[in-house]
Design a protein around this ligand. Structure first.
Ligand code: AMP
Length: 320
C-alpha cells in the first residue's frame, strides 16, 4: 500500500476536510490547494471541504479563500499542499485538526503531519494532485474548474513548461487537463499579464542588475523603489525570472526590502545549486528556485558572495 492509498482512505473517512497552502501563494500553491478542494467537492458532495489561508494578492482570478471558525477544526482532516516547512503554512490553525497530511514537491526538509507524500520529481504540487486524481479516478470526479486550477499551477511552476522540472509526464498530465472545458489561452494571459508599474520596475531591474564574470547576478529592490513605482511586494514576483533571460547570467538573487527593513531573498539558477544557500539564510526551496531572508545589507552581500562561489564552482566542474 502506498502513502497515496493511505491518504485516500483518510479522505474517505473524514466528513470535514480543510485544505491549506503556503503564505504568499503562487499559482501552484492555489492550483494544488483549490484544485484538490474542487475534486473532493465534486467527488464527495456530502462532505464539507474548505480552502483557507487568507488573501491571495493578485491571484483572485484563480480562487478565493474561505473564512472558517476555529471550531470547524475539531475532528477535521487538514491537508497542506505545496509547503515544505510548517512555519510557512498560511494560517497556524492547520495544526489544530484531528489529522494532518502533507502533500508537496519540495525537498522534504521537515516531514510534518501524520501522512507525508513528497515527490521532488514532480514539476509542481498541482501535477501531484493530477497524479492522485488519475490513480483513483474510478472514485474521484474532475471538474472543469479543478482542471483549470491544476493547469494554472503547472504553468506557473514550470515557467510555461520552460524549467528543467518539466518532464514528459508533466506534458502528459497538462495535455489531459487541457481536454477539460476552460479558457487556457485566457488563463495563460492572466498569469503573464503585468501592470504598467511592474513593467517600469522590470526596466529598472535590467538597468540595475549587477553581474560578475562568472554569471552571478544581484538586483536590490528597496522600499523607496516600491514606493516610487507604486507596487507591492507580491507584484515583484513578475520580475524574478527576468535576469535569467540574459545569456551571461547563470544564477541570481533578487533582494526585496520589506517595510521592517529586512530583505526577502528570491534565488534562481540555470545550473548552480542554490537551495543550500537559501537554507543557510532562513529559507529553502528547490535546487534551482529558492527563497530566503537577509536581515540587512551585510547579509545581502554575504548571500551574493555565496551565489558567486556557487557559479564559480559550477563553471569549474563543467570545465573539468
Ligand atoms: P519564491 O522566490 O518565493 O517564489 O520561492 C521559490 C521557492 O523557494 C518556492 O518553492 C518556495 O516554496 C521556496 N521558498 C521561498 N521562501 C522560502 C522560505 N523562507 N523558506 C523555505 N522555502 C522558501
Amino acid at each position: 500500500m502506498s502513502v497515496r492509498n493511505d491518504i485516500f482512505s483518510m479522505i474517505k473517512e473524514y466528513e470535514i476536510i480543510i485544505i491549506h497552502r503556503h503564505q504568499r501563494p503562487d499559482p501552484d500553491a492555489l492550483g494544488s490547494q483549490v484544485g484538490l478542494a474542487e475534486i473532493l467537492r465534486a467527488s464527495f458532495p456530502e462532505k464539507n471541504i474548505y480552502q483557507v489561508g487568507g488573501p491571495v494578492e493578485g491571484l483572485e482570478f484563480l480562487a478565493l479563500m474561505e473564512d472558517i471558525a476555529d471550531s470547524v477544526y475539531q475532528g477535521a482532516l487538514v491537508i497542506v499542499t505545496d509547503t515544505a516547512n510548517s512555519p510557512r503554512v498560511s494560517d497556524a490553525r492547520y495544526a489544530t485538526g484531528a489529522k494532518l497530511i502533507k502533500i508537496d514537491h519540495h525537498p522534504n526538509d521537515e516531514p510534518y503531519g501524520d501522512l507525508v507524500w513528497v515527490n521532488t520529481q514532480a514539476s509542481s504540487c498541482s501535477e501531484m494532485i493530477m497524479d492522485f486524481y488519475l490513480e483513483f479516478q474510478d472514485e474521484l470526479v474532475m471538474s472543469d474548474n479543478a482542471a483549470r486550477l491544476l493547469y494554472a499551477g503547472i504553468v506557473g511552476d514550470t515557467g510555461r513548461f520552460l524549467y528543467p522540472a518539466t518532464t514528459s509526464h508533466t506534458l502528459e498530465v497538462a495535455a489531459k487537463l487541457r481536454n477539460y472545458n476552460f479558457d487556457a489561452t485566457g488563463l495563460n494571459r492572466e498569469l503573464e499579464q503585468i501592470s504598467m508599474s511592474v513593467a517600469k520596475l522590470a526596466g529598472s531591474v535590467y538597468q540595475n542588475l549587477e553581474v560578475d564574470t562568472d554569471g552571478a547576478g544581484k538586483v536590490i529592490i528597496s522600499q523607496d523603489m516600491l514606493t516610487e513605482y507604486g507596487i507591492t511586494d507580491a507584484e515583484t514576483a513578475a520580475v524574478v525570472p527576468l535576469p535569467g533571460t540574459i545569456d551571461e547570467v547563470l544564477a541570481w538573487g533578487l533582494f526585496v526590502q520589506q517595510p521592517e527593513g529586512y530583505y526577502r531573498v528570491r534565488l534562481r539558477s540555470k545550473g548552480p545549486v542554490i537551495n543550500e544557500i537559501a537554507k543557510r539564510h532562513h529559507g529553502g526551496g528547490h535546487p534551482l528556485a529558492s527563497g530566503a531572508n537577509a536581515k540587512d545589507m551585510t547579509e545581502v552581500q554575504a548571500i551574493y558572495e555565496e551565489i558567486q562561489q556557487a557559479c564559480q564552482e559550477f563553471i569549474k566542474r563543467k570545465e573539468s
